[in-house]
Write a protein that binds this ligand. Structure first.
Ligand SMILES: Nc1ncnc2c1ncn2[C@@H]1O[C@H](COP(=O)(O)OP(=O)(O)OP(=O)(O)O)[C@@H](O)[C@H]1O
Ligand SMILES: N[C@@H](CCC(=O)O)C(=O)O
Ligand SMILES: [Mg+2]
Ligand SMILES: [Mg+2]
Length: 445
């Protein structure tokens, strides 16, 4: 939706019988937050008069200077179809500002906008299409999730094995009402796992859409008596949840990754190669943003279609970067390590900055790998010069500490607090004695 004037917005609100407006934003760790106001407060919201306590939001202001302001982006106005139609509820996604009127440097949306602006200055529009995977679990009589998935179906299975078709149907109908264009949906590989793909868009819009998508999935699943989780790896021996990030740059309306005259390199432009070069160069430094929680690293293991090595390919799905076969305006580069616990604004910002650096410095990627990396021995991997992604959160923290581009992309505020929060999380996890240790060591030592 294009930007609405205040008068147009009021007219819309009145026509649609909207009483509540949810002013939404995303904290540094990718959790959606919202303040609800009635339509009577719309002017105050638009005038930047609605303050909130930023010190109570993870990664936002310090208690000494805690007031912050939400400024709604009217182009994101949307009705929440699962709320009552009478005296209904609409949402608007907001940017976070300081009380002196400057954009707050810790606001993830502002961080992505800054990276997008850099691309625009180079003449590029940045497009992203994330793929949405999630699990549906049963709930108990109090509506809390229980560790029991609702079906045992697998990839592309149909009902009656696939028991998620009704929930997926409702999710998709709700998404369509909210303006999404759905490209595909299906049961995924793991028991209880589903995927919904919606059409790519310019990066800030896609990050907003991704947050709305997760909100819809969780709410509609709840209305079906189910619990939807985006946890990267609920089951040790089954596939986990990815958020593959398909990305492309457009220049003057044309896909800059596509070169129809290039017969040798699969119709990929030099720009596409350099972009891949940048992504691979910063793969380790970006991992903590793409895979933010301890559980993320349980997904990045061989054999589950999730990447473990820093390599790229045009065909196989075992590499970190894949270039899907589509060409023309669908020419895209798929980054496969991000999972759905990543903050979409932050991961889109860092991957764009990495790609742009590749273009600016003409970073040529190593040759593509056509073998299934999971089946290569360590020696074979070494021969092909294929490095590993960080294997746990601690390695990822240390890699991010070394990456000045990630630091520049996130800005000092987010970079420092993100590293600190993740280190604390790692220490807290590491303090625990896990079941595996008891099972394997207790009777031995
Ligand atoms: N030019 C483009 N730029 C960015 N994203 C794009 C572009 N063209 C298509 N996409 C997006 O890429 C995504 C494709 O998802 P799809 O599930 O088909 O990919 P896939 O990687 O082949 O699937 P899987 O990984 O599940 O095997 C969609 O969100 C689509 O809109
Ligand atoms: N679920 C897989 C990805 C499956 C796919 O290729 O769609 C993962 O964790 O990465
Ligand atoms: Mg998938
Ligand atoms: Mg994919």
């Amino acid at each position: 939706m294009s930007d609405l004037t205040r008068e147009e917005l009021k007219e819309k609100i009145s026509d649609l019988d909207i009483e509540f407006i949810r002013l939404q934003f995303t904290d540094v760790f990718g959790i959606m937050k919202s303040m609800s106001v009635t339509v009577d407060e719309l002017d105050a919201a638009m005038d930047g008069e609605l303050m909130f306590d930023g010190s109570s939001i993870d990664g936002f202001a310090r208690i000494e200077e805690s007031d912050q302001v939400l400024i709604p982006d009217t182009s994101t106005f949307n009705v929440m179809p699962w709320r009552p139609s009478e005296k209904g509820v609409a949402s608007m996604i907001c940017d976070v500002y300081n009380t002196d009127g400057t954009p707050f440097e810790g606001c993830p949306r502002n961080i992505l906008k800054k990276a997008v602006q850099e691309a625009e200055e180079m003449g590029y529009e940045f497009n992203v299409g994330p793929e949405g995977e999630f699990f549906l679990f049963h709930t108990d009589e109090k509506g809390r999730p229980v560790f029991d998935v609702h079906d045992t179906a697998g990839y592309f299975d149909l009902a009656p094995y696939d028991m998620g078709e009704d929930a997926r149907r409702s999710i998709i109908l709700t998404m369509k009402k909210m303006g999404f264009r759905i490209e595909a949906s299906h049961h995924e590989v793991a028991k209880g796992q589903h995927e919904i793909d919606f059409k790519y868009d310019e990066a800030v819009t896609t990050a907003d859409n991704w947050m709305t998508f997760k909100d819809i999935v969780k709410n509609i699943a709840k209305n079906h008596g189910l619990y939807a989780t985006f946890l990267p790896k609920p089951f040790s021996n089954d596939n986990g949840n990815a958020m593959h990030c398909n990305q492309s740059l457009f220049k003057n309306g044309e896909n800059a990754f596509y070169d129809c005259n290039d017969q040798e390199n699969g119709q990929l432009s030099d720009i596409a190669y350099y972009y891949i070069g940048g992504l691979l160069k910063h793969a380790k430094g970006m991992t903590l943003v793409a895979n933010p929680i301890v559980n993320s690293y349980k997904r990045l293991l061989p054999g589950y279609e999730a990447p473990t090595n820093i390599a790229w390919s045009t065909k196989n799905r075992s590499t970190l970067v894949r270039v899907p076969a589509s060409r023309g305006c669908s020419t895209r580069i798929e980054l496969r390590n991000p999972d759905p616990t990543a903050n979409p604004y932050l991961i889109f910002a860092v991957m764009l900055k990495a790609g742009l650096e590749g273009i600016k410095n003409k970073i040529t990627p190593p040759p593509d790998i056509e073998e299934n990396i999971f089946e290569l021995s360590l020696e074979e991997q070494q021969k092909l010069n294929v490095d590993l992604l960080p294997r746990d959160m601690y390695e990822a923290i240390n890699e991010m500490k070394k990456d000045s581009l990630v630091r520049e992309a996130l800005g000092e505020h987010v970079y420092n607090l993100y590293l600190k929060a993740k280190f604390d999380e790692w220490v807290s996890y590491n303090k625990q004695v896990h079941d595996w240790e008891i099972d394997n060591y207790l009777s031995k030592y």
